[in-house]
Design a binder for this molecule. Structure first.
Ligand code: GAR
Length: 200
């Protein structure tokens, strides 16, 4: 039974692409049934379009619309029949209303560092890599973890992949090295939610 997946994005969508490619090549027994963005016109939406995957934008004018917007996103995901939600570069923190509308549907997030290090509110994209470099750490990596209401980057770890930090690294170099691992980790994490085939 192929796992129906919804993917939430905010920008470039290279991890979405990795998921779409893995589904198309049957590297993972999953299918992206819906892509949702909180931003108009981002490259990730073009990737969904080219793959023929339904996609929509749920933008909000201000924070007062957060609970209603996230509830509407969850309703769209439920209507699409998704059984797993993947946050792949999604840069908003989901309101509790999102989870209420999707009982029993796991939500997972991809983060570009080795959680519990370098996570939490405001830690997104290059800010994470800059903090890692400032700390003098000798390795970094990425984490895919469960997402629960009212927490940021604190859910159970599903997959982690590590990379070395090299003396000449800046945020651009480090983020490129981590991103390669993210593309593998996100597919591996989705695979953990796919049904085990009946071998009899
Ligand atoms: C990825 O590096 C992902 O780990 C990060 O945003 C980037 C999105 O890239 N997410 C976070 O920082 C979450 N806190 P993509 O749009 O090319 O997949």
């Amino acid at each position: 039974m192929t796992l129906p997946v919804a993917v939430l994005v905010s920008g470039r969508g290279s991890n979405l692409q990795s998921i779409l490619d893995a589904c198309a090549s049957e590297t993972v027994d999953a299918r992206v049934v819906l892509v949702l963005s909180n931003r108009e016109g981002v490259p990730a939406l073009g990737r969904a379009e080219r793959a023929g995957v339904p996609h929509a934008v749920f933008a909000m004018r201000d924070k007062s619309e957060r609970a209603a917007t996230h509830a509407a996103m969850a309703q769209a995901i439920a209507n699409a029949g998704a059984r797993l939600v993947v946050l792949a570069g999604f840069d908003h923190i989901l309101a509790p209303s999102f989870f209420v509308a999707l009982p029993g549907v796991p939500v997972i997030n991809l983060h570009p560092a080795l959680l519990p290090l370098f996570g939490g509110r405001g830690m997104h994209g290059d800010r994470v890599h800059e903090a890692v470099l400032r700390s003098g750490a000798t390795e970094s990596g990425c984490t895919v973890h469960r997402v629960h209401p009212e927490t940021v980057d604190l859910g159970e770890v599903i997959v982690q992949r590590r990379v070395p930090i090299l003396p000449a690294d800046d945020a651009v170099a480090l983020s490129a090295r981590v991103l390669e691992q993210e593309h593998i980790a996100i597919v591996e994490a989705i695979r953990r939610f796919t049904p085990v085939p009946n071998l009899i």
